[in-house]
Write a protein that binds this ligand. Structure first.
Ligand SMILES: NC(=O)c1ccc[n+]([C@@H]2O[C@H](COP(=O)([O-])OP(=O)(O)OC[C@H]3O[C@@H](n4cnc5c(N)ncnc54)[C@H](OP(=O)(O)O)[C@@H]3O)[C@@H](O)[C@H]2O)c1
Length: 303
């Protein structure tokens, strides 16, 4: 079966760039940025969904929408709830309604920040949520709205993304490594670093599966690179890949580096239901980081 046709709102972000690249020339992919498709603009949204549905039909391809558009400035969201709600909740809700009307499945990407972060073992998709930040609560409301609006919508939660494009923990550590002798990083935040190129592969597998109607029964799924690590240990691994001394990274407590938005202390996501849905688990985070540096080390200034 030919690959599904993809519409990717938010397609110019770090995950979007890797998702569009992963599908490459195989099939029809439209990955607009916010200037071309603002998901808070009903007219733009309707036009984009309509023309994508027509293009997929003309090409004889099964259409899938993968929503990556999000207000991701976690700290800024604390003082700008209205914008975060428009982008993370209301836009996705409207998009889901349009997808339902046109009979197109929707994958909606969400976040570990929907959890409180006080667990001691990996979160299952069905575990109780409890966001502590405006970003997390607007993303959770977006999940709920999307699932309520469309029976063929799936929420894919992920965490700790880094890719060659955009600002993320890896690019921040690479910059600080070049600028400072020592860098202080929280040792009491545990998660699963996830390379956007690996997640892109997972999303494509899921998109092609729902396009075939070979659908996972669970409608909320978790997808990250496997394994878990503290921010501090992750930073040490990044220094290793940069060819720098990892002992230049110093452990601190989150309380010593306050930020406007609280971060979950523990946000490891279980991919059990992902695997039970017939989908391929992503590789271990450390191996993914090694391969990411093989491919993109120059972007991050690796020696
Ligand atoms: N980064 C992480 O660590 C992380 C962790 C867990 C989950 N996630 C989720 O993963 C998804 C992708 O995140 P990412 O890291 O790739 O984020 P990103 O690089 O910030 O990309 C998000 C994109 O959303 C677009 N956007 C913002 N407002 C929009 C609007 N009104 N209409 C349409 N598009 C809009 C932006 O487009 P323009 O650039 O064109 O303005 C941006 O490129 C998001 O759903 C995010 O919540 C991210």
């Amino acid at each position: 079966m030919p690959p599904s046709a993809l519409l990717i709102p938010g397609g110019r972000g770090q995950l979007g760039a890797d998702l569009a690249a992963a599908r490459g020339a195989a099939g029809l992919v439209h990955a607009p940025g916010s200037a071309e498709l603002d998901i808070t603009d009903s007219g733009m949204l309707t036009d984009a969904v309509d023309s994508f549905a027509d293009a997929a039909s003309d090409a004889g391809l099964r259409p899938v929408v993968i929503n990556l558009a999000a207000y991701t400035a976690v700290d800024d969201a604390e003082s700008d709830r209205a914008t975060a709600e428009r982008v993370n909740t209301r836009g996705p809700a409207e998009l889901a309604g349009l997808c339902r009307e046109r009979g197109m499945p929707l994958l909606h990407v969400s976040t570990d920040y929907v959890f409180a972060g006080d667990a001691v073992e990996p979160y299952e998709p069905t575990d109780e949520t409890g966001p502590r930040s405006v970003y997390g609560s607007t993303k959770l409301a977006g999940e709920q709205a999307v699932l309520a609006a469309h029976s063929r919508a799936w929420v894919v939660r992920t965490a700790w993304l880094y890719g060659a494009r955009g600002a993320n923990f890896v690019s921040a550590m690479a910059r600080l490594c070049a600028e400072r002798e020592t860098v202080s990083v929280a040792e009491d935040q545990i998660g699963s670093p996830t390379w956007t190129a690996d997640l892109a592969g997972g999303l494509l597998e899921l998109a092609d599966s729902v396009a075939r109607r070979d659908e996972p029964a669970a409608r909320v799924l978790h997808c990250t690179n496997t394994g878990s690590v503290s921010r501090y240990e992750f930073a040490r691994a990044i220094f290793e890949e940069l060819g720098a001394d990892p002992d230049r990274v110093r452990p601190v407590a989150t309380a010593d580096v306050p930020r406007p938005a609280p971060r979950p202390a523990y946000s490891v996501l279980s991919d059990r239901q992902w695997a039970e849905g017939g989908l391929t688990p992503l590789r271990h985070w450390r191996e993914a980081l090694r391969v990411a540096f093989e491919r993109h080390g120059a972007v991050w200034g690796a020696s």
